[in-house]
Ligand binder design. Structure first.
Ligand code: NAP
Ligand code: MG
Length: 504
């Protein structure tokens, strides 16, 4: 494949990526790529260089209405007549096409979002796996058989069985932090279940959804099964979540917008799945393996520059190991090489944008005013791009905003605690409106499992953090969300159950 140096810090990208970036991209509605009805567009930028990447059509309520109508027509028409095995075949074909184009998708994710190459490559191969996984899961969509009680059929011989059927036309609203992956973990099970969809990507990262839309057409999915409408959340996203022909919204994003989605969904009582924010606890006990914790706790906070919902950002360090842990965490920041994600040597990218970087640093300033101590980081790099280095704060009290609010950036807040009482430790860990992830670091099996059972969160890991995989269910307790994605539960989220009773 021909490669050529680009203005993006002089790194080369594939011819496929160059060609993709040079085109004007439309909305995918009913199998046609078209401009938005208003003619509006939005621009995507590379957060590492701040250079313009591409211009894409930006839809509003009228475009959403067309897309929902197309999805509704496809749901009641050609898509509903396909056999389950034919749906599976299409998903497998899509997986192979994505595998073929993995390099272009990797480069688009790096450029659009700023993530380092090792993460972009991982997310694209994970998407391939998700399409394969849910293709095979189609063959395991099955109900139960039972006998109804005699009064139901007046003592006649009878049989009851259940059918699992698609929930209908689904709106998928996704954030910018891992664009193709958060889209695929909704799209693959939705299509496997037999739903049709309208996708609303995040404004900051419109590109990989468009590229995936092209592959969906190439794979041979009927027109209107997948519609993609880039556009603003306040108009396009809101129109999708209020639309009367939408049966379900699956949303990943902030808790604040999640609340709006729930309100918007009330009109036709559409089903809602929510993957929201987090402020996950990381508890380091006196007997922890500190060498393991030094790197593991660091990655819990700084993976993807902290722009990930399961980031461990409330660090509880027992007083007996606090100073050694802090020293190791500070030393481990040397592992991170900041720079453009296209260079495989860089493992730490920029934040998504200037406004977001400003908010993240605002949290650090406020923490310092509140009495925290800065160990390292805390200022933007003096170069183009929105680079904020790994930042570590100690002397953090549990009532400080930096310890309570989701920051979604590379900011680690460390609280020193004295007690060894597990009930008290769990109470501290649970003192949050969120409950998405968390981890405990200890050599004691007993301590680990006792703490795990007391922490109210959808995911708690022992001596590691943030286990995300196709077959591991993921989702939040409390204000971190409703429902689970990945695994079997990820497919159940797009299925209804119909009970059928037959008098024989
Ligand atoms: P966001 O502001 O909530 O946006 C998410 C999506 O919702 C975007 O596509 C956005 O469109 C759209 N949107 C905005 N306002 C809307 C409205 N009124 N109605 C319908 N849609 C609307 O979140 P973000 O800043 O992109 O992402 C960061 C947040 O996502 C963090 O809180 C993070 O924890 C959470 N997150 C959670 C998970 C998880 O699995 N739990 C995973 C990743 C991220 P625009 O792009 O146009 O604003
Ligand atoms: Mg972008």
């Amino acid at each position: 494949m021909s490669r050529e140096a680009t203005p993006f810090d002089g790194h080369s990208v594939s011819a496929a990526t160059r060609s993709f970036l040079s085109e004007r991209h439309g909305l995918l509605i009913g199998g046609q790529w078209r401009p938005s009805l208003s003619g509006a567009t939005l621009d995507s930028h590379d957060p590492a260089t701040e250079l313009h990447l591409a211009t894409v059509a930006s839809g509003g309520a009228a475009d959403i209405d067309m897309a929902v109508t197309a999805a509704h027509r496809a749901f009641t028409g050609p898509w509903s007549r396909l056999k389950a095995r034919e749906r599976a075949g299409l998903l497998v074909r899509l997986a192979r096409l994505l595998e073929r184009d993995a390099e272009m998708f990797t480069e688009l994710e790096i450029l659009d979002n700023g993530m380092p190459r090792f993460i972009a490559g991982l997310t694209v191969s994970n998407c391939v796996e998700m399409f394969d996984y849910y293709a095979s899961a189609i063959l395991r969509i099955e109900g139960v058989t039972t006998t109804p009680p005699p009064h139901v059929t007046a003592d006649a011989e009878a049989l009851t069985y259940t059918l699992r059927e698609p929930v209908g036309v689904v709106g998928l609203i996704v954030p910018w932090n891992v664009p193709v992956s958060t889209l695929t973990l909704k799209l693959a099970p939705a299509l496997a279940a037999g739903c049709t969809v309208v996708v609303k990507p995040a404004e900051e990262t419109p590109l990989s959804a468009i590229a995936l839309g092209r592959l969906i057409q190439e794979a041979g999915f009927p027109d209107g099964v997948v519609n993609i409408v880039n556009g603003p959340g306040e108009s396009a996203g809101a129109a999708l979540s209020t639309h009367a022909l939408i049966d379900k919204i699956s949303f990943t994003g902030s808790t604040e917008v999640g609340r709006k989605i729930v309100q918007a969904a009330a009109g036709n009582l559409k089903k809602v799945s929510l993957e929201l924010g987090g402020k996950s606890p990381v508890v380091v006990m006196p007997d922890a393996d500190l060498e393991l914790a030094g790197s593991g706790v660091s990655m819990a906070t700084f993976f993807l520059q902290g722009q990930n919902c399961m980031a461990g950002t409330r660090i509880f360090a027992h007083a007996s190991i606090h100073d050694e842990l802090v020293a190791r965490l500070e030393a481990f920041t040397g592992f991170f090489t900041l720079g453009h994600g296209l260079d495989p040597a860089n493992n730490f990218g920029p934040l998504i944008g200037g406004a977001h970087a400003g908010r993240v640093l605002g949290h650090v300033d406020r923490a310092l005013n509140d009495g925290a101590t800065l160990v390292t980081g805390g200022a933007k790099l003096d170069r183009p791009g929105h680079f904020v280095p790994p930042t570590i704060l100690t002397d953090v009290r549990t009532d400080m905003a930096v310890f309570r609010d989701e920051i979604f950036g590379p900011v680690m807040a460390i609280h020193r605690f004295e007690t060894e009482d597990l009930e008290q430790i769990a109470a501290m860990a649970n003192d949050s409106v969120y409950g998405l992830s968390g981890s405990v670091w200890t050599r004691s099996l007993s301590t680990a499992h006792k703490l795990v059972s007391r922490i109210r969160s959808g995911q708690v890991s022992i001596n590691c953090h943030g286990a995300i995989a196709t077959n591991i269910p993921f989702g939040g307790y409390k204000q971190s969300g409703w429902g689970r994605e990945f695994g079997r539960e990820g497919l159940d989220a797009y299925l209804e159950t119909k009970a059928v009773t037959a008098r024989l």
